[in-house]
Design a protein around this ligand. Sequence first.
Ligand code: 5GP
Ligand code: ZN
Length: 114
Amino acid sequence: MSDQCIFCGIINGAIPSAKVYEDEATYAFMDINPASEGHLLVIPKRHSKDLLEIPTEDLAAVTATAQKIARQVVGELGADGVNLLNCCGADAWQTVFHFHLHVIPRYRDKGKDK
Ligand code: 5GP
Ligand code: ZN
């Protein structure tokens, strides 16, 4: 937990979010500035700043949650594919320094993409 971290604030409820899934180790919520319809973020509840720092077990938990959500997004919600994305470091466009995986649904009908 980091006092300055937006995503820690989301996990502890101090900052509102549109939650889609939660378990012991992970939390998933809608991205505030979606790249496509249904764009969401999966984060570990335990704070790590990036891919280089996150413990392997937290990475595994986040990845498992992203897979669960990707299956639903494609199977039930009508997406035709999904991009999983992680930005590690400011030079790789990371802007929030609490590890997160983007789950970005993609549609054959590109009308739903931004
Ligand atoms: P990054 O650029 O670090 O890979 O991605 C950070 C993501 O967090 C961006 O897609 C941005 O829209 C999202 N984001 C930043 N602040 C908030 C927030 O307060 N709430 C939500 N739901 N998403 C946020
Ligand atoms: Zn944090």
